[in-house]
Design a protein. Structure first.
Length: 319
């Protein structure tokens, strides 16, 4: 595997990557419809979607395209001599990796989206998020405390906060990574036969950035993402969870992520219910009758211990 053969180079290229969990003063909140919340907590299962089927599908694709454009056009980034001689080969190898990825692992790439909230913001949720993702205020939100269950280092999942950039800032990032490649090649730490492996590392880094970045116009969402990429799953830990869904536009690939005890992403004593901080009913549905029904829901699915975590948003919004 390239990651093992070129561990030092891989680590150098990913040294600016987080792999964080939210600080203890905040929570990750998933806004959706009430029936989806029911399915998540009933089945201990969270569905991740392919980025090309999400509302902002162009974000991931555009992030990669910008990096490829800069690689092709960045004459000023390449010095003379051997490095210049290797430029065309490196570019061709990156395109080959991109093509191979698109025809293989790119089909099993999945994202789950959350919004970072302070403890205070978790009391009612945020109105723009209710409008955009919480069924226009008629849905619900699952408030999670991931500090209680950090991902194992061996997990093929990655959780990180989203960086918000303009297209020009994305170009700047790509150029920094290209300069890094030129520097590595100039140091003669690789031979011409290794260019394909260096190209694979470069592609994985720009892919990671594309997965965890969005246009600056979305910055108020303070998004964090949980991402699965089959190319990271060397031990096929999620193979049995790769599935499908009959969506409104036809069949869609899905990752139906198991969150029950024994899930290979967490320690063996993990219990999904332990990280549920609260279940927040949206402002357009926050009536006494809805709260009563929500409590009956958790009773019915045999999780009565969640009843005291159900709260209603007090935002005076009725759509």
């Amino acid at each position: 595997m390239v990651k093992e053969d070129f561990r030092e180079m891989w680590d150098e290229f990913f040294s600016d990557v987080g792999g964080e969990v939210p600080d203890a003063a905040g929570r990750l909140v998933h806004y959706t419809r009430t029936n989806v919340i029911e399915e998540i907590i009933k089945n201990n299962e969270f569905w991740l979607s392919h980025p090309l089927l999400m509302n902002d599908y162009q974000e991931v694709r555009e992030g990669i395209n910008i990096a490829i454009q800069e690689l092709h056009a960045g004459d000023d980034l390449w010095s003379g001599g051997k490095v210049m001689d290797w430029r065309e080969k490196f570019y061709d190898e990156v395109l080959k990796v991109l093509n191979d990825y698109g025809n293989d692992h790119g089909y099993d790439l999945y994202i789950g989206c959350f919004s970072y909230h302070t403890i205070t913001e978790c009391q009612d949720g945020l109105l723009p998020m209710w409008r955009g993702y919480g069924d226009n205020g008629g849905g619900a939100a699952l408030v999670l405390d991931l500090n209680k269950a950090p991902l194992l280092e061996s997990s093929p999942l990655r959780i990180d906060k989203v960086n918000y950039r303009t297209d020009e800032e994305r170009r700047t990032f790509a150029r920094e990574k290209i300069r890094h490649i030129v520097e590595l090649l100039s140091r003669e730490v690789v031979s011409v036969s290794d260019i394909g492996k260096v190209a694979l590392i470069f592609f994985n880094r720009i892919l990671y950035d594309a997965l965890f970045s969005k246009h600056k116009g979305f910055e108020s969402e303070q998004e964090w993402r949980l991402v699965y990429n089959r190319g990271w799953d060397y031990a096929n830990k999620a193979a049995s969870m790769l599935s499908y869904f009959h969506g409104p536009q036809g069949l869609e690939p899905k990752l139906k992520l198991k969150l029950a005890g024994g899930a290979p992403w967490f320690h063996e004593d993990f219990n999904f219910d332990d990280i549920i901080d609260s279940i927040l009913i949206g402002p357009r549905a926050s009536t006494p009758l809805s709260l009563f029904a929500a409590q009956r829901m958790v009773d019915t699915i045999d999780k009565p211990h969640l009843k005291n975590r159900i709260r209603a948003s007090t935002i005076p919004f009725r759509g």
